[in-house]
Design a protein around this ligand. Structure first.
Ligand SMILES: [Zn+2]
Length: 428
């Protein structure tokens, strides 16, 4: 069996404990042992040079088909062929930036993430593990419904009304290979007719979506910003709740009771980017953000997610990247946002980026931590991201990426066991 020993590393195992010096040995696609290790005969040895070794990160709300999106039009107008290439580029960019998993939200077309997942799994394209999202599933007049009576165009969402239409649409997504169903339960600031505090989707529609997705062994995830929307999601058995800005005491209690079952993905990056003026060049200045009520949403986000952190609800990082101002592969910015906005310790924020994400990807605990017998998804970082989380904000400081035991990126020499240095390069 092929084996790799990464020695001389500072190991952050994803449990939240402080890093410790040591080595990690990978056999096949699993971590075999961790500690003060010597290479076995036949091992490939990588000297980490004191670098920070941590589990690969998980993007918790991936829109892989979003590339330089500035308006809904950018999701509708490109050809499916062009969008397929964009989706593949996003997958590669995430892997390069240390994300070994992507937990899908929604895509511009139903099968974009499914198609790229298949290519990545077959080893023909670089990319993270992908739980593929499909279309947003929404209801008439709510978020994603771009049609009007005089202009009946098709937007990037599937619109259903009532339990039977919902059941059929979720089944269709399952048939086409989608892993993660996404329903739009609440409104959204980008749709003034149904702002974030409104709840257009009925409990019965949410319940049927959850029941159907689970019957097919898929996950059900929800766009929910409103109090009532989030309550419907928890009560209906939704697996991951996206956004969740508004809350009352009853909702916080409900989420706490469900904390071993649900995941919560705040997607705070988008609000930060708008209010910091980073999207101003794309018509979305802080002033426009003010009209859209973003400051109030951000304030509620801070209050709710700080409270959920204290109650031990499992947060994931990422979400809503791929816009003109937030390139794919910069999702690691959320680690800093979790520290600044929600009061996470750097260790705690890294757990959200790794162990929590691994649990969302695979419920069995085999992914997201560096422990014996776990899947070997890991990265080496130049410097100390606990002291400076900005090191994880792009590919620049990611010195090595291993996914499922296979090296996907490394700038470090690979040395056969017993040899002290890499073989001399032959100059022609
Ligand atoms: Zn989103």
């Amino acid at each position: 069996m092929t084996a790799t020993l990464i020695c001389n590393a500072r190991i952050f195992d994803g449990s939240g404990a402080n890093p410790f010096p040591g080595a990690l040995r990978v056999e096949g696609n699993r971590i075999a042992e961790i500690g003060a290790l010597e290479p076995h005969a036949g091992d490939t040895v990588i000297d980490a040079g004191g670098r920070f070794l941590m589990p690969g990160m998980v993007e918790g709300h991936a829109h892989l088909s979003f590339e330089n999106v500035c308006a809904t039009e950018d999701l509708i107008k490109p050809t499916p062929e062009a969008q397929c290439f964009a989706t593949a580029r996003s997958a590669a960019a995430l892997l390069e930036a240390g994300f070994t998993s992507a937990y899908g939200a929604s895509e511009a077309r139903l099968r974009l993430a499914v198609a790229v997942r298949e290519e990545v799994n077959a080893g023909r394209l670089p990319g993270p593990r992908i739980r593929a999202g499909g279309l947003e599933i929404s209801v008439t007049g709510a978020m994603g419904d771009e049609a009007r009576l005089h202009d009946p165009r098709i937007g990037p969402s599937s619109i259903v009304d009532g339990a039977e239409e919902m059941r059929k649409m979720v089944r269709l997504h399952c048939r086409e290979g989608v892993d993660n169903i996404k329903i739009d339960v609440s409104g959204d600031p980008f749709y003034p007719g149904t702002p974030g505090h409104t709840t257009p989707m009925t409990f019965e529609e949410v319940r049927v979506a959850a029941e159907t997705a689970h019957a097919y062994g898929r996950r059900i995830n929800a766009h929910t910003r409103s109090i009532e929307g989030s309550k419907r999601c928890v009560r209906a058995g939704v697996d991951a709740l996206f956004h969740c800005e508004y809350a009352d005491e009853e909702l916080l209690d409900l989420m706490e009771e469900a904390k071993d079952r649900i995941f919560v993905v705040p997607t705070v990056g988008l609000f930060h980017q708008i209010m910091a003026g980073e999207a101003a060049g794309h018509g979305l200045s802080a002033e426009v953000g003010g009209y859209m009520n973003i400051p109030e949403l951000l304030e509620n986000s801070c209050r709710t997610h700080t409270e959920l952190r204290k109650r031990g609800v499992r947060h994931l990082i990422g979400g809503d990247y791929g816009f003109g101002w937030s390139p794919q592969g910069t999702q690691g910015r959320d680690i800093e946002f979790f520290i600044d906005y929600y009061g996470y310790s750097p260790q705690g924020a890294l757990v959200c980026a790794t162990a929590n994400g691994g649990l969302a990807m695979m419920g069995d605990g085999t992914l997201g931590t560096l422990q014996p017998d776990k899947l070997a998804d890991l990265i080496l970082v130049d410097g100390d991201p606990l002291a400076d989380p900005r090191l994880l904000q792009g590919p620049g400081h990611i010195a090595l990426v291993m996914k499922d035991g296979a090296l996907c990126k490394t700038a470090l020499p690979l040395v056969p066991a017993g040899q002290r240095t890499a073989p001399e390069a032959v100059t022609p």
